[in-house]
Design a protein around this ligand. Structure first.
Ligand code: NAD
Ligand code: LMR
Length: 328
C-alpha cells in the first residue's frame, strides 16, 4: 500500500458532506489500494456536528482511512493536502438562482484559494462544488498564486450524469449505453447538454432521438433546471447525487476516463471552441495520468454555438460581478 493521500473536505457537516465522506473513506473515490487521511473544514458553529460525523466514520472501521482531523481554519485544513473538495457554501432555496449566492459564497473561496497556495501539496487537485461552482472556482484559482490553474476544476458532473440518465430513459436504454456526453458552459440554467456529439450504443444520440423539438424544449431545460426540480420536491438541494458526482469527477480525474469516452468537467478554458481563455466552463475532457485535457475537434453547429455562447456570456457577467466585489 502507498503513502496515504490527504483529502480535505470543506462543509463536512453539511448535507453533501454527509453523503460524501463515507464513500471517500470506503475507497470509492481514490480506489481500493489507496489509503487516505481526511481533513475536515467547517465553520466553528458546525465543528461539533463534523465531530459527530467523524465518530461515525470511526465506527465504520474503513481499512483505508488512516486519520481524521477537524479544523475551523482554512490554513491548517489545507496543509499538505493532495485532493481538496470545496463543498462548504450556502445552498440556494426555492425561487433563487445559483448566481444569487455569489455575494454570500464568493468570499469563502478567496481565503481558501490562498490557503491552498500557502500549504497544499505540490500535486494538489481541487474540485469546487459550492455554488455558483464555476465562478467560485475562478475565485479560488485566481487567489492561489503558484498553483497551476489546471489544478482547479468545477463540478459539471452532476449535470453530465443527469443528461445521461434523461437520454437513456427517453430511449429505453441502459445508462451504460450512453457515452461521449458533454455539458458545456455554466452549472446554471444556461448550461448546454450536447446531444450532437453524444452517442448511444456507439452511434449518434441526436439521430437516435430524431426529434429536435424534444431536445430543445424538453431535454435541455429538464437537465438545466433539474436542481430546482429536486429542491421543489425535496425541500432541500440535491445532496446524494451531488456527492456521487463529486466522487465520479475525482475518480476519473485521478484514475483516468474510459477508452474512447470523455466526461464533462468545469475547467479553465484554453480558448478552444471560441470560449474565452481562463473562463471556468464545462468542457469535454479526457483524463489520464492524473491530468485532464480538453477534447478537440467536436462538431459545434449553430444549434450548439448559440447555446454555448449564451452560457459563456453569463460566466463573463459573473466574473465581472466578483471582480467588482474585489474577489479576483
Ligand atoms: P449545507 O448547507 O447542507 O452544508 C454546507 C456546509 O458548509 C455547512 O455545514 C456549513 O457550515 C459549511 N460551511 C459554510 N461556510 C463554510 C466555510 N467557509 N468553510 C467550511 N465550511 C463552510 O449545503 P449542501 O447541501 O451540502 O451544499 C453545499 C454547496 O454545494 C451549496 O452551495 C450547494 O448549492 C452546492 N451544490 C453544488 C452542486 C454542483 O453540482 N456544483 C450540486 C449540489 C449542491
Ligand atoms: C444542483 O444542481 O442540484 C445544485 O447545484 C443545487 C442547486 O442549487 O440546484
Amino acid at each position: 500500500m502507498s503513502t496515504p493521500v490527504k483529502v480535505t473536505v470543506t462543509g463536512a457537516a453539511g448535507q453533501i458532506g454527509y453523503a460524501l465522506l463515507f464513500r471517500i473513506a470506503s475507497g470509492q473515490m481514490l480506489g481500493p489500494d489507496t489509503p487516505l487521511e481526511l481533513s475536515l473544514l467547517e465553520i466553528p458553529a458546525a465543528v461539533e456536528a463534523a465531530e459527530g460525523t467523524a465518530l461515525e466514520l470511526d465506527d465504520c472501521a474503513f481499512p483505508l482511512l488512516r486519520k481524521i482531523d477537524i479544523f475551523d481554519e482554512a490554513t491548517p485544513a489545507f496543509d499538505s493536502c493532495n485532493v481538496a473538495l470545496l463543498v462548504g457554501a450556502r445552498p440556494r432555496g426555492p425561487g433563487m438562482e445559483r448566481s444569487d449566492l455569489l455575494e454570500a459564497n464568493g468570499g469563502i473561496f478567496k481565503p481558501q484559494g490562498e490557503a491552498i497556495a500557502a500549504g497544499a501539496a505540490d500535486d494538489v487537485r481541487v474540485l469546487v462544488v459550492g455554488n455558483p461552482a464555476n465562478t467560485n472556482c475562478l475565485i479560488a484559482l485566481s487567489n492561489a498564486d503558484g498553483v497551476p490553474r489546471g489544478r482547479f476544476t468545477a463540478m459539471m458532473r452532476l449535470d453530465h450524469n443527469r443528461s445521461v440518465g434523461q437520454l437513456a430513459n427517453k430511449l429505453g436504454k441502459q445508462v451504460s449505453s450512453v457515452s461521449n456526453m458533454t455539458v458545456w458552459g455554466n452549472h446554471s440554467t444556461t448550461q448546454y447538454p450536447d446531444l450532437v456529439n453524444a452517442k448511444v450504443d456507439g452511434s449518434s444520440a441526436w439521430e437516435a432521438i430524431d426529434d429536435e423539438a424534444w431536445i430543445s424544449d424538453e431535454f435541455i431545460p429538464r437537465v438545466a433546471k433539474r436542481g430546482a426540480e429536486v429542491i421543489g420536491a425535496r425541500g432541500a438541494s440535491s445532496a446524494a447525487s451531488a456527492a456521487n458526482a463529486a466522487i465520479d469527477h475525482v475518480r476519473d480525474w485521478t484514475r483516468g476516463t474510459s477508452e474512447g469516452d470523455w466526461v464533462s468537467m468545469g475547467v479553465p478554458s484554453d480558448g478552444s471552441y471560441g470560449i474565452e481563455e481562463g473562463i471556468v466552463a464545462g468542457h469535454p475532457c479526457v483524463c489520464s495520468g492524473g491530468d485532464w485535457r480538453i477534447v478537440e475537434g467536436l462538431e459545434v453547429p449553430e444549434f450548439s454555438r448559440s447555446r454555448i455562447d449564451a452560457s459563456i456570456s453569463e460566466l463573463k457577467e459573473e466574473r465581472e460581478a466578483v471582480s467588482q466585489l474585489g474577489l479576483i
